[in-house]
Design a protein around this ligand. Structure first.
Ligand code: GUN
Ligand code: ZN
Length: 441
């Protein structure tokens, strides 16, 4: 297969480090396969100039449609699809009453396989083409999610959830092959890295759930594993909820802070992604920045569980990397539009005295190019600059009567994008196109 083009309105980020959109009302996106058969962006720009340069190019014309980078979800739990909308008095009762019981069901590999299929379908239906996801403590759940993503050609990072205390015993990592639970969970992680990391578009993440459910031995082992595999990701949770923080401080009193506990065990570095990062202090933020770790901001989850508000002003001042995430099932929606809208509310509320009014371009960047940068995948996904993998969404800004009415009134790109952020959901996504063709045998 050779090059092909898509004619539509186009949205991308000319400087991926900056939350500033480039808009082309009548544009052409040119893609062509690379050596592995993956579609890569060759050119992007205005239709008139690019079509003259590519006169024999087969072009699909999408009048009235917008092509934008596929969304990047920096933190989502695949076993928590059924947990969405479970009310609780905060994080810890929510984990105990709904989340841990649901995750135990993944001991049944068939249950996990069905959930993985639904989950990947739902991400793609919502325009999410890259995700960093939690699985459960069952290695079959990791296999199920990787194989679904591989079948669809989706870019996905996941890993075995590590937890050896303070949860129902059936959910903790189990001993096996003559090894204790910690040793076995680390060997299983090593085995999963060997089998999945770097296979096509898949990546592995070492996944200590959070410090309160991990012993010293498990965190130390996870840090040693991370040191042996500098190119794999690390994912965990930090500073989400006051009770959680008090618990983590009581369990690891020798650390300078909750975030410092992860640093003490070698779990803060680039490609380490920490969900929430709400209640950090200046020293923690400086540590985020100096270590190269990134924050996954989870606004629908933080509002639903009453955890607090990510401090955008302080994060920008400290200069650490961050991007948006659904955090389903603490989060309430798979839709990036709902997440961006919730991020806007969080910015308005803020922790600083004066709330921020995050621009729609900034919100969009946080869920595409900015999130990709934070994951260490800048220049690979989350953007449509030449050389990027051609994951994109086709948006129909007239998908509902209200969207049609509102977007028709837009007098600027900001107004158009804001209309979609506020009113959008899965109906806006007409198509999610992945750089890699599905392999549906
Ligand atoms: N902290 C530890 N586990 C979880 C989880 O599953 N969801 C959220 N939101 N926070 C957590
Ligand atoms: Zn989470």
């Amino acid at each position: 297969m050779s090059a092909r083009g898509y004619r539509a309105s186009l949205l991308w980020f000319p400087d991926p480090t900056q939350p500033v959109v480039r808009w082309e009302e009548d544009g052409l996106l040119v893609v062509a396969p690379d050596a592995q058969g993956r579609q890569v962006v060759q050119a992007i720009g205005d239709w008139r100039t690019l079509s003259a340069l590519n006169c024999r190019l087969p072009v699909e014309h999408l009048p009235g449609r917008i092509i934008a980078p596929g969304f990047v979800d920096m933190h989502v739990h695949f076993p928590q699809t059924n947990v969405i909308g479970s009310p609780a008095d905060g994080l810890l009762p929510w984990l105990e009453n709904y989340t841990f019981p649901e995750e135990q069901r993944f001991a049944d590999a068939g249950y996990g396989a069905e959930a993985a299929t639904f989950f990947v379908d739902e991400l793609l239906r919502n325009g999410v083409s890259t995700a960093l996801a939690f699985a459960t403590t069952h290695s079959t759940s990791v296999d199920a999610l990787f194989s679904q993503a591989q079948t669809r050609g989706m870019r996905l990072i996941t890993g075995l959830c590590l937890m050896d205390r303070h949860a129902p015993s059936a959910l903790l990592n189990q001993p096996g092959r003559g090894r204790d639970a910690v040793e076995h969970s680390l060997c299983e992680s090593e085995d999963l890295i060997a089998r999945w990391h770097g296979q096509g578009r898949l990546g592995y993440a070492i996944t200590p759930r959070f410090a309160p459910t991990c012993s010293d031995a498990q965190l130390r082992g996870a840090g040693e594993l991370a040191a042996r595999h500098p190119d794999v990701w690390i994912q965990s949770h930090v500073a989400e909820n006051y009770d959680e923080i008090a618990w983590a401080r009581a369990l690891f009193p020798q650390s300078a802070s909750y975030l410092g506990t992860y640093a003490d065990f070698g779990l803060l570095r680039s490609r380490a992604v920490y969900a929430h990062c709400i209640h950090l202090d200046a020293a923690d933020r400086a540590l985020m920045r100096s270590s190269g770790a990134a924050a996954a901001v989870c606004p629908t989850s933080n509002l639903f569980l009453g955890s607090g508000f990510f401090d955008y002003a302080a994060a920008q001042q400290a200069g650490f990397a961050y991007g948006l995430a659904s955090d389903v099932g603490g989060g309430t929606s798979f839709s990036p539009f709902q997440t961006m809208l919730a991020a806007y509310y969080v910015g308005r509320e803020g922790q600083s005295k004066a709330g921020l009014s995050l621009s729609p371009q900034n919100l969009w960047w946080q869920h595409t190019a900015g999130a990709a940068q934070a994951l260490g995948l800048g220049g690979v996904v989350g953007n449509l600059l030449p050389g990027c993998e051609a994951d994109f969404v086709v948006l129909n800004p007239r998908a509902t009567p209200l969207l049609a009415r509102k977007t028709a009134l837009a007098k600027s790109v900001d107004e158009l994008l804001f209309g979609m952020v506020v009113l959008g959901d899965d109906r806006l996504i007409e198509r999610t196109v992945l750089a890699q063709a599905p392999n549906l045998q």
